[in-house]
Design a protein around this ligand. Structure first.
Ligand code: GZL
Ligand code: ZN
Length: 324
């Protein structure tokens, strides 16, 4: 009899049917589709890293990440793919402001909330996105021209400015350009010598400024190169040097983002002013998703605080202490 019980027990143990079946207690993953502009600048690389860290698996997210290589049509294709994949949320860093209405209508029809990060999308109906988190690009430009006003306050001769713009039609370019153009209208002795398209990249800024400097009579003086991001400043400095200009002495280079390399060049006196544009937007975007997961309504717009740097307030410790 004992043997029978022993055999029965071992059979029970073997089929494991003595334990309760393991219920999977993990909540389902939240699937997030992210459409990123590209990898055109140090800022963009830091922004991508921040987004990937915020929407990580251990926080309960399955992340679908698409790099559009700076083409809006690639972003639209990616958003359509996310809709087909029925993701829970779409996070879009829009390359430029226009051209989003129809694809965001499709997302709305599919019941998928869209969160705009960094730049803005200019849509007829702002119910096409649930929330936006980014920078006040016009405010960044105003900070830069305020610094120029104090720097050149005593000058009565003309202040010649070379303007290298970022990706045309992007909110960052629109805001930073508007601030400069308004200031030039305010100051009769300020003059924009030329406006070049740097597309937020080092290579384009180097090429565009180099070509322009080739057309100038030897050592024509000008006062400022207003670069709409750090990487354009890196390219501009190369071109200025190759044309015999002493950067920081003959000409002031101004830029936006405040990545580590730009801060180092500013600390060395090569870049005169760096206006911060914070790429660490991942946690703020994730907070929006979490708010919506909890059935709450997130604020429509959230702007991240930013500051300015000149050589006097830059130290190695400051640079070492920053996340990008
Ligand atoms: C600004 C961002 C801009 C950065 C550039 O928030 O959109 O795009 O200033 C980046 O470096 O390419
Ligand atoms: Zn001058």
């Amino acid at each position: 009899m004992k043997r029978l019980i022993a055999v029965l027990l071992s059979m029970l143990l073997l089929c494991g049917c003595t334990e309760k079946p393991q219920e999977t207690t993990e909540p389902p993953m939240t699937v997030v589709g992210i459409s990123q502009v590209g990898a055109e600048s140090d800022w963009r690389v830091a922004n991508s890293e921040s987004m990937k860290a915020a929407f990580s698996e251990d926080k309960g997210y399955r992340l679908l990440f698409s790099d559009a290589r700076q083409k809006q049509e690639n972003q639209i294709t990616a958003v359509r793919k996310f809709i087909q994949q029925q993701v829970d949320y779409i996070v879009l860093m829009p390359l430029c402001e226009t051209g989003w209405d129809s694809v965001l209508q499709e997302a709305k029809k599919a019941g998928i909330p869209v969160i705009l990060v960094d730049r803005m999308a200019d849509v007829e109906d702002d119910s096409l996105y649930a929330a936006h988190v980014g920078s006040d690009f016009y405010g960044e430009g105003v900070s830069a021209v305020k610094w120029m006003e104090s720097r050149y306050a005593k000058r009565t001769d003309s202040i010649e400015i070379i303007h290298i713009q970022g990706t045309m039609g992007s909110t960052a370019q629109i805001g930073r350009t508007r601030a400069l153009e308004e200031a030039v209208r305010r100051h009769p002795n300020w003059q924009i010598l030329t406006c070049l398209d740097g597309d937020f990249t080092q290579a384009k800024a180097y090429e565009a400024l180099g070509d322009y400097l080739d057309t100038l009579p030897n050592s024509q003086d000008f006062d400022v190169v207003y670069c709409e991001n750090d990487n354009e400043a890196f390219g501009a400095i190369e071109a200025l040097r190759e044309h015999g200009y002493r950067v920081g002495t003959d000409v002031d280079v101004i830029c936006f983002d405040a990545t580590a390399n730009a801060l180092r060049l500013c600390g060395a006196g090569e870049i005169s002013l760096v206006v911060e544009c914070n790429p660490l937007l991942g946690p703020l975007a994730e907070e929006i998703v979490r708010t919506m997961e909890e059935g709450e309504v997130p604020p429509k717009h959230k702007y991240i605080d930013e500051r300015m740097f000149v050589q006097a307030n830059i130290t190695e410790e400051l640079i070492a202490g920053r996340e990008y």
